[in-house]
Design a protein around this ligand. Sequence first.
Ligand SMILES: O=C(O)CCC(=O)C(=O)O
Length: 336
Amino acid sequence: MTEQNELTAEMPWIDRADANVDAFIFNYSKPVSFDLSEKLRFWSKNGYVVFRNVVPLDLIDQFIAEVDHLRENFHDYAIPIEVRGKQTWSKAVSREVIEGIGVKFNHLHTYSLHAAHLSLTREVTEFLQAVFGSPAAPMQSLTFWMGSQQSTHIDYPFVNMQRRLAYMAASWIPLEDVHADAGPLAYYPGAHRPEVTGFFDWGGGDIISREKTRLRNGREFAAYLDDRLLQAHVEREIFLPKKGDVLIWHCNMPHTGTTVRDDRRTRKSYVTHFTGLDDYPARWIPQDGKGSTGVIRRHSGVIMDFPWNKAEGKLPSWRDHFARKTEGGGDSGSAS
Ligand SMILES: O=C(O)CCC(=O)C(=O)O
């Protein structure tokens, strides 16, 4: 069981009551390509930051082309997908499901080199390294074609493999300009503070949603959060980004996929859930010293392929990249 104090006892420095951004900046020596002081202050106050026009558009187009290929040939790949909250595999579903609402491709950062590079967007890895105190290390990713319409939630009850629970954050990258009728994401500025959200009890005082032991469900969680947000008078902000922008949110930031008012409109987007390398789940670290089918380092972040993934299941960009590395006599397990 995980109690409230496990979230609050070991928080990243910026979340602690004594956080001193000036002192941090004075002592910080890693390269940063933006005004880190301004972003850290904004993060501390609001629980999110946005970088505009930083994600290379050609990288997004390459990723979209690869997801198009996957959507066309989904039966050829055993890629994990989630359909309206249920985990399954691309091999196991029909075309109607793949093209419908409420579908997420999971973990494409370990199947597609383009996805991996999106996860390791420079501004994101630089910012998160400053927050976590160790290199940004993706643990999960989600790829959406349509608006998710997910009810209000916070990530850490579901994303809790990291060693210290509070060392988690997410990036959200639009793969196209987001239209107001396409079910944009919304979040609640300033609500990342535990005083605002409190702690939802999933059963017996546990703040984690565990499939086997939880006594409450996502609908109850959403109702709880909506009520807390109403009581605290926190208004939601609807995120209408342009392709090229990226949002990062705090592990305790409530967020929701708003209603899709026009289901002819796609809302292509790509989410990565991160921790810091110091908090990366130990059992996921490849034991052979090289990585099972690949390690990708870029812009100070690192992606380790899951030890259980199989090389045959990879999408073309990942396969080609690591094949080239092997042919070139380089390190087949590591790439930048
Ligand atoms: O993109 C969305 O609509 C929701 C994404 C989300 O809730 C998440 O990644 O935790």
